[in-house]
Design a binder for this molecule. Structure first.
Ligand code: COI
Length: 358
């Protein structure tokens, strides 16, 4: 049975809200830098010395103007969350999946992949050191932002001679709109593409995230929360939203675009696929024509930052499709949100072994 919001296990939780900074209002957490945690992990890499580093106060990174990352953009990042669970402990969700993705991105951008043990040690030690910044259960999480940067100097185009792995953290709440699963409004982007076949859309490279700002900001000006991208080849199939993956629901069938190099391989995406199958849904990783998405029963997005976000409407070629009841998440979206967050917060059993105590 699901424990209520305040339970004995919460009482047994090692830290209370007041143990943190004393000025964090856990009820007003958005997704920003207001509550950056005081400790970060930093390690540097050179071919001679390998990886060297550890915990230090959160603060500026020093680098020369000739740093590779500032000139040519050798940079990949990750997003992870540490949360307080119903068992009164702090847990991470599938940290090794993020390590694998960062290693793959490092290889794509000719950077040294951080060893799995180093990555896991970096995120685990950052969470432990900042435990007082992990919100009470159900009120938010400690968002971890691992970065891998080519920080050594270079002038001609080439890989950096030295690299920096950083993990910093911040207490966060909801990404899009607050209020349980308040649906977001999306518009299909008809001019620009996020990624092309053979490019690096499947890499969590910093460079994939600023080109989307122009379209995202234009959409926001028109009252939408974000845009949905279509495939660059045919302008027909859904790809993803600027910061998250996308799913459609039609009856008992859930669909999401396949990973063919242009779409970010989301850890939340993959987890939802497995969770939905375990709950008896048919899940298909197939190209989704935008026309079919407009006719689906429900649409939702997923990501570490957004978790599961209900889509209230999609506008395409001037036509707006409203999904479900105005202002309310549709049932399968709600079920998947509940299933994922209950597992992540150890309200439900974790038959997959995804939840890892720090
Ligand atoms: C995340 O979902 O954690 C991400 O890294 C996406 C980012 C644009 C907020």
């Amino acid at each position: 049975e699901r424990p209520s919001e305040t339970t004995a296990s919460d009482a047994a939780s090692p830290l209370k809200a007041s143990d943190a900074t004393g000025h964090i209002n856990w009820d007003s957490l958005g997704f920003g830098v207001e509550h950056i945690a005081p400790i970060m992990f930093r390690a540097t890499y050179t071919a001679e010395d390998g990886w060297q580093g550890g915990l230090e106060p959160y603060g500026p990174l020093e680098m020369l103007p000739s740093a590779q990352v500032l000139n040519y953009g050798q940079s990949v990042f990750e997003g992870m969350k540490a949360q307080r669970s119903a068992r009164g402990r702090i847990v991470l969700f599938r940290p090794e999946e993020n390590a694998v993705r960062m290693r793959a991105g490092a290889a794509r951008l000719s950077m040294p992949p951080p060893p799995m043990e180093l990555y896991v040690e970096a995120v685990t030690s950052a969470v432990r050191a900042n435990a007082a910044w992990v919100p009470p259960r159900g009120r938010g999480s400690l968002y971890l932002r691992p970065l891998l940067l080519g920080t050594g100097p270079i002038l001609g185009l080439g890989p950096a001679p030295a690299y920096t792995l950083v993990v910093y953290a911040a207490a966060v709440g909801c990404y899009f709109k607050c209020g349980q699963l308040t649906p977001i409004d999306l518009i299909v982007e008809e001019r620009f593409h996020r990624a092309a076949p053979g490019g690096m859309g499947g890499t969590k490279a910093a460079g994939n995230y600023s080109p989307v700002l122009m379209t995202q900001l234009a959409a926001k000006e028109q009252g939408y929360n974000d845009v949905v991208y279509l495939d660059a080849k045919t302008d027909t199939y859904l790809e993803e939203v600027s910061s998250c993956n996308i799913f459609t629901v039609t009856g008992r069938t859930i669909r999401t675009p396949p990973l063919e190099g242009t779409i970010l391989p989301g850890v939340t995406r993959r987890s939802l696929i497995e969770l939905a199958r375990a709950r008896g849904y048919t899940v298909e990783e197939v190209p989704i024509p935008v026309a079919d998405a407009m006719e689906a029963d429900e649409v939702f997005t997923s990501g570490t930052a957004v978790v599961v976000s209900a889509v209230g409407s999609i506008t395409y070629q001037g036509r707006r499709r409203q999904y479900g009841e105005l202002g309310r998440p549709s049932p399968v979206t709600l079920e998947m949100y509940e299933a994922l967050t209950s597992l992540q917060q150890e309200l439900d059993d974790d038959p997959f072994g995804w939840v890892v105590p720090v």
